[in-house]
Design a protein around this ligand. Structure first.
Ligand SMILES: [Zn+2]
Length: 216
């Protein structure tokens, strides 16, 4: 069979030929690398959360793809990341029994610059095939987090504490909520979001991230 379609690899950006009409999003090298070194099965602990999973490690080509997705308007990466997350969530469905998918908010300035919230994009893609509602429940305090990349761990922890706040008028009483995020690093911001969701009445809060930064 001859080459029918060319695809661009989501992870490395290389064009690769395929011989079937099946949609392949990774080149063979990246597909092998994901199986070999990027799958995350670690138990991740976020303060206050009933459970946390992230299907991938934030490193190598996965990290590069996430950066493109986050900072270069490469929204096409969302499909692949969302698919990995949907598989992880599906494995937890019986246990988590989610009523609602929500997502980590981003600051207004980031939103204006990028035109989208990467966590919101992922959350919507995950919620749709599972027929779960996806709603905004949180807001970000606009002045926090701007320089967080430069701050050390302790500063980030205290900074994150009040960085994520409940959105007014949202009631989550008795609901099992899944919070979607792109990257878990220290977990401080996720913990702040979990706390806010609990304040809004959620009975259970789970965190589903695309990637987890491995501990050195
Ligand atoms: Zn590739």
């Amino acid at each position: 069979m001859g080459i029918l379609y060319g695809h661009r690899c989501v992870l490395c950006g290389a064009d690769f030929p395929v011989t079937t009409s099946r949609t392949l999003q990774l080149c063979p090298d990246c597909a092998a690398a994901v199986r070999r070194e990027y799958r995350c099965n670690e138990v991740i602990s976020i303060a206050g959360a009933d459970g946390t999973i992230a299907p991938l490690y934030y490193r190598g080509t996965v990290r590069n793809a996430m950066k493109r997705f986050k900072f270069s308007s490469a929204a096409y990466c969302a499909d692949w990341f969302a698919a990995q997350m949907a598989v992880a969530l599906t494995s937890q469905l019986d246990d988590w029994q989610p009523d609602l998918i929500t997502y980590m908010p981003i600051g207004f300035l980031h939103y204006r610059k990028r035109g989208y919230n990467q966590a919101e994009l992922l959350a919507k893609l995950i919620a749709k095939p599972l027929s779960l509602p996806c709603e905004a429940t949180l807001r970000k305090r606009w002045f926090v987090g701007k320089q967080s990349a430069q701050k050390d761990y302790a500063a980030r922890q205290s900074n994150a504490k009040d960085a994520v706040l409940p959105k007014k008028g949202v009631n989550l009483t008795g609901k099992s909520v899944v919070l979607v995020d792109d990257i878990i690093t220290t977990g401080a911001t996720a913990a702040a979001a979990v706390k806010a969701l609990r304040e809004m009445g959620a009975s259970r809060v789970y965190v589903l991230a695309a990637t987890f930064t491995p501990r050195k």
